[in-house]
Write a protein that binds this ligand. Structure first.
Ligand code: ZN
Length: 480
């Protein structure tokens, strides 16, 4: 797309930045957990209405899911926003030491206060551009609740809310700047609930049937299964109910939560069937019963190289982010809380290099990434999972990452919460908004680009029918 259009969108975003910075900080303050994001969803939906969007609240059976729409006709471009926080992540902003605001309370440990607002700024900027220039097309903002273990987007996909979308765009705060094509793992989550018979653990032990024994044997069995899983699969568990704290009682109930991940959803389903057999085996050994309860799921991500390339080109046109000395100084004190190994591993993992703006020299030398990582035009393995995966099987989807965090920062840590209101994070949020809005405009104004993006998506999805991994009878937030 021409540089002039990118710069005009960027100026639009810059003008609205002070207002939306306040909004992001409010959502950081609310720090609401999955499916309880009432205040956060409220202010975001309100901001859409103030900007001329028609808003539908409570979509796909979730109180805090909403869609804002502006304009009319084709194409329909979707921006995805998240706004949920994490339990136990309370932390004071702007300090480089562990300092909960309220011990045990919630906190924005994944930067979704920035994510939700950044995508919203993109939607508003693109809508204003369409209006000013009298251009056709529909801009949609998807308020997606419960990303953290709730698969909010997967439920929105299941409800058909993406069926008429031509392309979806999103981003995530990160320790680097750029488009990094990844195919995340598919994930399935199940509770295994064992039921046995209580008894005095000493004088009537022969009458007891221990549900806790069953959980332990299941875990042993799955740990042996590990050796025989396909490459790149992951299985992890947490004992969510030990049955009690009395060692002199045979535990009549116990529960373990399993996350089963694989490069493709089919493989995850196959592996889950094997984990189920281990659970049934453990129940048989202990003469207990097991109930397998589905919790949540999301499909692996389907990258779209054509769309990612267009996004990268817009990031090149936007140029570097104007971080100042104070931004770097705060990032440095945060970085001082990491080991050398953590910083090096971050640079390695994200291949943080700044070829685009630093003439080929590796750019991990400043605490905040100043460059723009190269786009290699191919996808990387990433061991995490996201509900963006289900959107990507429904419509071509791309995401970028902007450096809201010091290099070395990992998601779901207190350092993320501490950086969540920093001026650098706000700059990174605005940069993501500029990237998303300009890429939306590229799709709206270039039918050739949109056609090529769709062609790639059709080729990749051909022959592999998407099936929503969440069973039809499972409702959002009510499962588990
Ligand atoms: Zn996240």
């Amino acid at each position: 797309m021409n540089r002039e259009a990118v710069m005009s969108i960027a100026a639009e975003v810059e003008a609205m930045k002070p207002h939306f910075t306040t909004l992001s900080d409010s959502i950081w303050d609310f720090a609401e957990l999955k499916f309880e994001e009432r205040q956060s969803a409220g202010v975001l939906a309100g901001a859409l209405e103030e900007n001329g969007f028609a808003v539908r609240r409570g979509v796909a059976g979730m109180d805090t899911a909403f869609i804002g729409e502006f304009g009319q006709g084709k194409p329909v471009i979707a921006f995805l926003g998240e706004f949920d926080a994490l339990a136990g992540m309370s932390q004071t902003a702007g300090v480089a030491e562990v300092k909960p605001l309220e011990p045990g309370a919630t906190g924005h440990g994944c930067g979704h206060n920035l994510l939700g607002v950044g995508s919203l700024m993109a939607a508003v900027a693109l809508a204003r551009h369409l209006k000013t220039n009298n251009l056709p097309g529909t801009v949609r903002y998807y308020g997606c609740p419960g990303e953290e273990g709730g698969s909010g987007k997967t439920f929105m996909v299941r409800a058909g809310l993406f069926d008429d979308v031509d392309a979806a765009l999103t981003w995530h705060p990160a320790p680097f700047n750029g488009v990094r094509s990844t195919n995340n793992l598919a994930v399935l989550e199940y509770f295994y609930r064992f039921k046995g018979m209580a008894a005095h653990a000493s004088n009537a032990a022969h009458l007891g049937r221990s549900a806790l024994d069953a959980v332990e044997l299941m875990n042993v069995g799955v740990n042996f299964l590990r050796e025989h899983m396909p490459q790149d699969c992951r299985v992890h568990y947490a004992i969510t109910d030990t049955g009690g704290k009395a060692a002199n009682v045979v535990q009549a109930k116990a529960e373990v939560l399993y996350l089963i991940r694989a490069p493709e959803i089919r493989q995850a389903l196959d592996l889950a069937a094997r984990v189920d057999k281990v659970a049934r085996g453990a129940a048989m050994m202990t003469e207990t019963e097991v109930e397998i309860v589905f919790d949540t799921a999301s499909t692996n991500l389907l990258p779209n190289i054509t769309l990612e390339t267009a996004m990268h080109e817009n990031m090149v046109a936007l140029g570097p982010i104007a971080f100042d000395e104070a931004d770097q100084a705060f990032a440095k004190v945060i970085q001082d809380t990491f080991t050398e190994e953590a910083i090096k591993s971050s640079i390695r993992l994200y291949q943080i290099k700044g070829d685009v703006f630093s003439n080929g020299k590796i750019d991990g030398s400043t605490p905040l990434h100043l460059g723009l990582r190269d786009f290699e035009g191919q996808s990387h393995f990433r061991a995490g999972s996201t509900d963006v995966g289900d959107v990507s099987w429904t419509t071509p989807t791309a995401q970028c990452w902007t450096p809201a965090w010091a290099i070395g920062t990992n998601p779901h840590t207190w350092q993320v919460v501490a950086q969540g209101k920093s001026p650098a994070a706000h700059k990174a949020m605005a940069h993501a908004a500029k990237t998303l809005a300009s890429t939306g405009l590229s799709l709206m104004t270039s039918p050739e680009l949109l056609a090529t993006v769709k062609k790639e998506w059709l080729e990749k999805t051909e022959g592999s029918d998407y099936v929503c991994p969440i069973p039809a009878d499972v409702m959002p937030g009510s499962h588990g």
